[in-house]
Design a protein around this ligand. Structure first.
Ligand code: HEM
Length: 432
């Protein structure tokens, strides 16, 4: 039987689950998710400061899985898919002439349009096609590890490896020349790191929400200007990269309009970068804390896929997505009304003890490991094979060249409710 009353979170817990700082603090937030999964697995959250629209927070694995797979009842398009400030949503509506989405991309589309757009690049992201990129990716990995080793015995792994490497890969598949990468790095960090003063390049602490919204809008504009030039180039001289596929694609016989095309580039550039950075840094943190595991996997590379998969679950870099109920429905025994906004929280789902034994333990031998870090259903991550491939190739290069690795200081996480993870990871390494 579904209950009618709304189980509201108390203001303190509501504040905790929506503040970027909690995601930087991590463990206390995981404690709160443990409590909520037990008490209030589908909880109504009202921002005590009234700056965000209210929503349902969903923390159990089974409920997150069900919502993700039921793409007819739980839609992506009606409201923003990322938890946003009311002011930011209004700003986007003004800018776009009514859409709450600053960028129109795969994650903001529903059926039937969604699949038409997804199909354009789906084959490109399949393992069969990616195989031909392995040598190029390996060359990038080796160069990245060279730079780490040249830096001496202590270095920040995030700055030297986990941030630049996935950016290089994604820029390579988009066909963006290397000299333009710093601009792309700054833009993706402004779009996704807006809540963290070290990542948004603002140099300001506690940026006010209006400034964050403007920063993101400015980054979108700059991205659009950049990719307009790239489209012209890829139409004139198409190659086999993703940008050429997008620039020359048609849907229902028509080329993509500018907004849709830009959205496609932006999602590939942005989705493929910070996410893989975070899971790569997380894998390295787990290995730096466990020297025996490092030594074991150096000897036996068959352990590597398990490490990669567990790092993706353990870090859950995409911390949530939002959905909107298409009709009155029910989740975990709770009545949900048509139009309600729901947060499917991947961090909470991937730490659900009903699905994962000792979920906070990094266990490379975890099997099965059916985590939800890539989502599920129609929107499941398009780049999941690429993310795994990139991580495996990078760790092969690291294991080949580094004998021992240990922590050389306190790692720090980014303040972000959306894409999160380590922003610094000081390491001491001994080359092989
Ligand atoms: C969608 C996670 C890497 C491209 C998603 C979603 C998640 C996710 C949770 C939404 C799934 C859903 O709604 O069910 C991750 C993680 C990554 C990663 C954790 C790294 C460890 C990548 C890479 C690319 C990429 C490398 C491409 C270069 C996309 C795209 C979508 C997406 C295009 C939208 C798919 C759609 O809406 O149909 N990703 N991602 N991702 N991801 Fe990833």
């Amino acid at each position: 039987m579904a209950s009618a009353a709304k189980p509201r979170l108390d203001p303190e817990t509501a504040y905790e689950v929506i503040s970027p700082e909690s995601y930087a603090g991590w463990d206390p937030l995981l404690d709160t998710f443990d409590r909520l999964r037990e008490d209030t697995p589908v909880a109504w959250v009202e921002d005590p400061e009234g700056r965000h629209p209210p929503f349902w927070l969903v923390t159990r694995y089974d409920d997150v899985m069900r919502i993700s797979k039921d793409n007819a009842t739980f839609l992506n398009n009606p409201q923003t898919v990322v938890f946003s400030l009311t002011e930011g949503i209004e700003f986007a509506k003004n800018l776009t002439g009514g859409s709450p989405h600053m960028v129109a991309s795969l994650v903001t589309f529903d059926a039937p349009i969604h699949m038409k757009y997804r199909k354009l690049t789906q084959e490109w992201f399949m393992p069969k096609n990616l195989r031909r990129l392995e040598d190029e990716i390996r060359a990038l990995a080796v160069r990245t590890v060279d730079r780490l080793i040249e830096a001496g015995d202590t270095a920040d792994f995030c700055k030297l490896v986990s941030q630049p490497y996935p950016l290089h890969v994604v820029m390579q598949i988009l066909g963006v020349p290397e000299e333009d990468e710093p601009r792309m790095l700054m833009l993706t960090q402004q779009m996704f790191g807006g809540q963290d003063e070290d990542l948004n390049q603002s140099g300001m602490k506690d940026l006010p929400p209006e400034a964050i919204t403007k920063l993101v809008a400015g980054a979108v504009k700059d991205f659009e200007a950049y990719f307009a030039g790239l489209t012209a180039e890829k139409r004139a001289n198409p190659t086999d990269d993703v940008a050429s596929t997008i620039a020359n694609a048609t849907v229902d016989g028509e080329p993509l309009n500018d907004r849709d095309m830009m959205g496609y580039y932006i999602i590939v550039a942005a989705a493929g970068h910070d996410t893989t950075s975070a899971s790569t840094a997380g894998a390295m943190l787990a290995l730096a804390r466990d020297p025996e595991q490092w030594a074991r996997v150096r000897e036996d590379r068959s352990l590597l896929p398990g490490i990669v998969e567990e790092a993706i679950r353990w870090t859950s870099p995409v911390q949530h997505f939002m959905r909107t109920a298409a009709e009155d429905t029910e989740v975990g025994g709770q009545q949900i009304a048509k139009g309600d906004w729901l947060m499917i929280n991947y961090v909470a789902a991937n730490h659900d003890p009903a699905q994962f034994d000792s979920p906070r333990t990094f266990d490379a031998s975890r099997s099965p490991n059916r985590h939800l870090a890539f989502g599920a259903g129609a929107h499941q991550c398009l780049g999941l094979h690429l993310a795994r491939l990139e991580m495996r190739i990078l760790f092969e290069a690291l294991l080949d060249r580094i004998e021992t690795v240990e922590l050389a200081g306190e790692p720090k996480r980014a303040k972000s409710t959306f894409v999160g993870g380590l922003k610094t990871l000081p390491l001491r390494i001994t080359p092989a």
